[in-house]
Design a protein around this ligand. Structure first.
Ligand code: ZN
Length: 304
């Protein structure tokens, strides 16, 4: 009798606890920008988690147990790809992630596979320490890429959660409309920044510069992932003076010593660009990211 009661109770609990959870599409995003985009497109039907936060360097993350626990529950894995996460995502996927999120499946979405990748090396030699062997993986800072990737994301969500297909379709349509309007505003604002010479710590902003027409004169890193050396910095000192560099840019997780040194020697101001959104950023955060980034670059252009 007790057994029957317990079984009945478990059945009731099973229904109570599993039904609402089953309605949510669980997205494991490697970086905060993809979690934010999943929230923009999926709304309340999606539970999006970001493995990293805005001040963490996504090239170098430890495959820790809390991330393994998260990826095991995921219905979709959404990352930059192009080897940005090569040091940690394959390990996480091997530790019990579902078949439906493994490479080649609908639940495995790599942003860089959806858009043209910049800076693809002709010859790959990782012994030189280059962390971009598959080309530049920081694809999210071109707003046109965001639209392309969002469209694919919407399709994948509809395929994985067909019951809510109309919900995703409607949200995708309204996201696309507001994003296009924002792009028009940004194009208007950034026209005067075209051609502005800048130095960056790491090639984190190549897609943004490509879209805006900014001129990346040099990087503080010797190569992507290789920290600045004295001889490299001395070379940059000559470059910065000869081409009238306006600003030295870095992401929040980049070390500041190289930028500090060059800025002190040249008087060129350095600016930290946000690079991405906060980990638990609400829907709409990606628009704010571009607004803030453009405001900072306008300030650098004006010399403020
Ligand atoms: Zn990188």
């Amino acid at each position: 009798m007790r057994k029957t009661t317990l079984a009945l109770l478990l059945a009731v609990w099973g229904v109570t606890f599993s039904s609402p959870a089953a309605a949510d599409l669980k997205v494991f995003a490697c970086e905060p920008e993809w979690a934010a985009l999943a929230r923009d497109v999926g709304g309340d039907k999606v539970d999006a988690y970001s493995a990293t936060h805005a001040r963490q360097d996504p090239h170098h993350i430890r495959a820790k147990p809390s991330l393994i626990a998260r990826i095991r529950r995921a219905d979709m894995v959404f990352c930059s790809g192009a080897d940005l996460e090569v040091g940690w995502l394959p390990l996480l996927l091997q530790r019990g992630a579902r078949a439906g999120v493994q490479p080649g499946t609908t639940g495995h979405l790599m942003a860089a596979e959806q858009v043209p990748v910049l800076e693809k090396p002709a010859v790959v030699d990782r012994s030189l320490g280059d962390v971009h062997p598959g080309g530049n993986p920081h694809v999210h800072l071109n707003p046109e890429n965001i639209l392309i990737i969002a469209t694919e994301l919407g399709k994948r969500m509809m395929a994985l959660d067909p019951e809510n297909a109309a919900h995703y379709r409607n949200r995708m349509a309204s996201f696309s409309k507001s994003w296009r309007a924002a792009m028009d505003r940004w194009k208007h604002r950034t026209a005067k920044l075209s051609g502005m010479p800048v130095i960056v710590h790491h090639k984190s902003f190549s897609y943004l510069f490509d879209w805006m027409g900014l001129k990346e004169v040099a990087t503080l890193e010797v190569k992507p992932g290789i920290p600045p050396t004295v001889s490299h910095l001395n070379g940059l000192l000559r470059t910065a003076k000869s081409v009238n560099v306006k600003t030295i840019l870095r992401a929040p997780y980049d070390p500041s010593d190289g930028a500090d040194w060059l800025s002190a020697k040249t008087g060129i101001p350095q600016v930290e660009l946000p690079y991405t959104v906060e980990r638990n950023a609400p829907a709409g955060a990606l628009i704010n990211l571009f607004d803030r980034t453009i405001t900072l670059l306008e300030g650098a252009h004006a010399g403020s």
